[in-house]
Design a protein around this ligand. Structure first.
Ligand code: GRG
Length: 285
């Protein structure tokens, strides 16, 4: 069976080569981009491309673009005006290492570099344009940023489960959706494959965020690479606060089952993604 980890060497090499300058902001961009994230989103893009019959090498810039957007969101999310976290991926957060202004610009730099990188993919122009629009939409104010906006507005309020779910669908789910769908677009996938990828992404995104909520109360700083308990410290609404730890675990399991079920149209070719969904549900970081 195809191993999801097999994408990592080429992905790391691509990301390593993507930032070519050595000024302070470029250093900060490189620091965060190469800080050792799990690379879930680019792996999802490459695997969907592969199982839809696409050229994985040609999709590499597309996958890297999603990881750049993800890294920018983490840099900005850690800033004092957002979640104010000092540690990320087991290292000082970007603004702790390089100062606020450089971290702000490093995030902006990665956001723009994502679209520059995407534009270099050797794909038919109509696929590139479509990929560009989808990435912008999923990352933008009606997507990931919209989710962050809701998250900030919810702080200190007692919100219902529906509001929390909508926040998670946007904040976490939309970039995961972009990754899965962009893999399909890069491959020129059939509509039924793209539809299945969207269903998979919705369920995986929810499961991923719920496990993130669970780890914030059950893990430790060293394993997680960032301070645990930060959700409670900021009066955040999470699946754990709204549904209890047990309820959150059940919901994560249900969404993981839904993600696996969504892979049915891919038959045996979906096995790698099935295993990835199950391993993310059981992850410790
Ligand atoms: C644009 C400021 C801004 C924020 C957008 C994505 C996001 C919203 C904020 C980042 C913080 C956060 C908890 C997001 C939820 C998604 C999530 C669990 C991110 C962590 O992703 P992992 O676990 O990170 O894939 P690694 O470090 O492995 O890459």
């Amino acid at each position: 069976m195809h191993k999801i980890e097999s994408y990592l060497p080429q992905l790391e090499a691509f990301l390593c080569a993507a930032i070519r300058a050595d000024d302070a902001v470029s250093e900060a961009m490189r620091y965060s981009l190469l800080a050792g994230g799990k690379r879930i989103r680019p792996c999802l893009a490459l695997e969907f491309c592969r199982i839809c019959g696409g050229d994985v090498d040609a999709a590499l810039p597309v996958a890297a673009a999603v990881e750049m957007i993800h890294t920018y969101s983490l840099i900005h999310d850690d800033l004092p005006c957002m979640d104010d976290d000092d540690m990320r991926r087991g290292k000082p957060a970007c603004h702790i290492q390089f100062g606020y202004a450089n971290a702000l610009l490093a995030g902006d730099g990665l956001l723009t570099l994502a679209f520059e990188t995407l534009s270099t993919a050797s794909l038919p122009p109509e696929r590139l344009v479509r990929a560009c629009g989808i990435l912008a939409q999923c990352a933008g104010h009606l997507g990931m940023i919209g989710g962050q906006t809701m998250d900030l507005a919810n702080e200190g309020q007692s919100v219902g489960l529906e509001t929390l779910q909508q926040t998670d669908r946007l904040k976490t789910g939309k970039l995961i959706e972009a990754a899965c769908v962009l893999g399909c677009v890069a491959a020129g996938a059939a509509q039924f494959q793209t539809d299945a990828a969207v269903q998979f992404a919705h369920a995986l995104g929810m499961a991923f965020q719920i496990v993130d909520d669970i780890l914030d109360v059950t893990s430790d700083d060293a394993t997680l690479g960032k301070p645990v308990g930060s959700d409670a410290a900021q009066n955040k609404n999470t699946y754990v606060t709204l549904c209890t730890l047990d309820g959150a675990r059940q919901a994560a399991q249900q969404y993981t089952n839904d993600a696996v079920a969504a892979l049915a149209p891919f038959g045996e070719a979906g096995e790698t993604l099935r295993q990835l969904a199950v391993s993310l549900a059981n992850r410790s970081m």
